[in-house]
Design a protein around this ligand. Sequence first.
Ligand code: NAD
Length: 354
Amino acid sequence: MKIAVLPGDGIGPEIVAQAVKVLDALQRDGLKVEMEQAPIGGAGYDAAGDPLPQMTLDLARAADAVLLGAVGGPQYDGLERSLRPERGLLRIRKELNLFANLRPALLYPELASASTLKPEVVAGLDIMIVRELTGDIYFGQPRGIETRGGERVGFNTMVYSESEIRRVARVAFDIAMKRGRKLCSVEKANVLECSELWKEVVIEVGRDYPEVELSHMYVDNAAMQLVRNPKQFDVIVTGNIFGDILSDEASMLSGSIGMLPSASLDLQNKGMYEPIHGSAPDIAGRDLANPLATILSVGMMFRYTFADGALADRIDGAVRKVIAQGLRTGDIWTEGCQRVSCSAMGDAVVAALG
Ligand code: NAD
């Protein structure tokens, strides 16, 4: 198992170091993994004048999985668009053809008070959002701003091919089979042809998964239902732009951005694993960040790329244990809990691996 480790910027190196600690501990237990680090984002620009240096892309291509921290920082905001850290991230996703983005929204019962929603609405929440990541209006052509009839007009194209819809639908159905066997496909088929096709193709794919209960919801209703009664959902599958918005909304249900991992997969289940949060420049370099989203991303790596559910459960279980022990980084701290640093949290997870 080869893992390309890309710490990135801001808190990236601190949180990735804790995830590497977990992998090191598993190696001492006999797990065979090879890890190699490379710069990405601002660190890539600093090292090689490119947010995705060729050597980083080569390493990621050669690896079975990629573990990424976060990219970005105010010192890079003045760079021209193609050199900005975030461009490195978009490019690596595209280059590796990571078309399926998996974002769980999961709430540990002990953290229910950290959510802005009532604890009874969110306690026990466990949703998986599968977002298509390489198509849709973000990539569709034509796009641009031009002058028409004496005024400027901005335009983008929402476009999905059958094959793009089919492959992400399959990922979502497969995941639903391993969870609660409920899949909700989210689109806007009442007004968009692109969504009409989306719905048709998802229904076609669904014929291969008779055990999965398939439902359909318009995106505006889904946005409302996510805050009204989020526990009605098991797995959601949706396109790139709707998924972008809904997954951020769902992440807020769980209270802390520092707790949520993500995976982005290609057709062979090769994946890039990263926390959903950014590089948090406001707390970078101070050993304050919450490393749990990054550690949980390693859990997802074992579940989806290395197909080792037992090891994934062991990592997730260790995280549950430290939360139950009352250990909290600043972002999830509440009265009566023990405040710990980023590195102490990493050590505690290693100790809890058992
Ligand atoms: P952010 O997620 O970095 O931070 C938002 C807030 O959450 C900050 O107050 C931060 O301190 C806090 N936070 C985030 N992660 C945390 C953690 N693990 N532990 C404790 N607190 C945490 O978002 P932002 O401030 O909007 O963006 C900062 C930079 O990150 C920007 O350059 C942005 O472009 C970049 N960014 C990168 C990614 C990514 O790499 N995937 C995602 C989002 C933003």
